[in-house]
Design a binder for this molecule. Structure first.
Ligand SMILES: [Zn+2]
Length: 275
């Protein structure tokens, strides 16, 4: 299937929109980031594949507006996102832009201007080039495991910090680790965001939830065939609605494990694939 990629069943005639999730694009992965780091050579192949697909690149806010019926959804759209805020994200965004593709960069506010993170000037440059900047919490916790007050703080303060330091309005949010539930989703809406991305490793589509958009994680060893299949509207499940049982069960497992080990909460820096 190509431009006529259609989801049958619950939502007849839904149009598939692949949303790719990248982290670092580098030949020298940061410690602990090896599995999630894509080399620039591989990334260049992906960029060529995306450009060659003829799909129209959208920022997440543009896509969310289309889902709400506030603008047209191109017949063949694609979105590329980068999480966490690595120093190498600027070059990756530029590589996409050189092929006419926009992107969205989600920044963990505590990483902005830190040793391994992207700088404020580089982030402003990304925004000025037409790509979108989104928020990704302050410290990158599993939000679905926190008390609501802490959830509200992580979401609201992450947005506020980026807006103050970048002098931008931030309208989209990425759940750290993809972890979210109805309380977290509600807090994102209450904070004034207009959209949010999850992980799910599924294809988004024209009936997807604008506050839990499905993305496909690209790992360092993800073969180009995975990218090509997603661009072709296949090779990954179509995003489901609501929480799957497996997600709830895994959250409970993490809770119990943490309690058993007495593990304290600490910032983590990688979006593991959503369970
Ligand atoms: Zn992340």
């Amino acid at each position: 299937m190509t431009d006529d990629a259609v989801v049958s069943g619950e939502h007849p005639a839904a149009v598939v929109v692949p949303i790719f999730l990248y982290h670092s694009v580098s030949d020298v992965p940061a410690a602990g980031q090896e599995a999630f780091t894509v080399t620039p050579a591989r990334f260049a192949e992906h960029v060529e594949a995306i450009a060659a697909s003829g799909r129209v690149g959208l920022t997440i806010s543009e896509y969310a507006r289309a889902l709400r019926g506030e603008r047209a959804l191109p017949a063949r759209a694609v979105a590329v996102t980068f999480d966490d805020g690595f120093a190498d994200t600027l070059a990756a965004v530029e590589a996409l832009r050189a092929r006419g593709l926009t992107s969205t960069v989600y920044i963990t506010s505590s990483r902005l201007d830190d040793a391994s993170g992207i700088t404020s000037p580089a982030t402003r440059e990304i925004a000025a080039s037409g790509a979108e900047i989104g928020a990704h919490s302050v410290t990158h916790p599993h939000l679905d495991e926190l008390p609501l007050a802490a959830v509200v703080e992580e979401i609201g303060e992450g947005k506020h910090a980026l807006e103050q330091r970048l002098e931008l309005s931030i309208a989209t949010f990425a759940y750290p680790h993809g972890a979210h539930d109805q309380h977290v989703r509600g807090a994102v809406i209450d904070a004034g965001f207009r959209s949010a991305v999850a992980v799910k490793n599924a294809l988004s589509h024209s009936h997807d939830d604008p506050f839990a958009l499905a993305r496909i994680t690209i790992m360092g060893d993800t073969p180009i065939s995975t990218v090509l299949a997603a661009l072709d509207g296949r090779g990954a499940p179509i995003a489901w609605s609501g929480e799957r049982y497996r997600t709830r069960a895994f959250r409970e497992y993490r809770r119990l494990r943490r309690r058993a080990r007495g593990v304290s909460r600490r910032p983590t820096s990688v979006d593991t694939a959503e369970r």
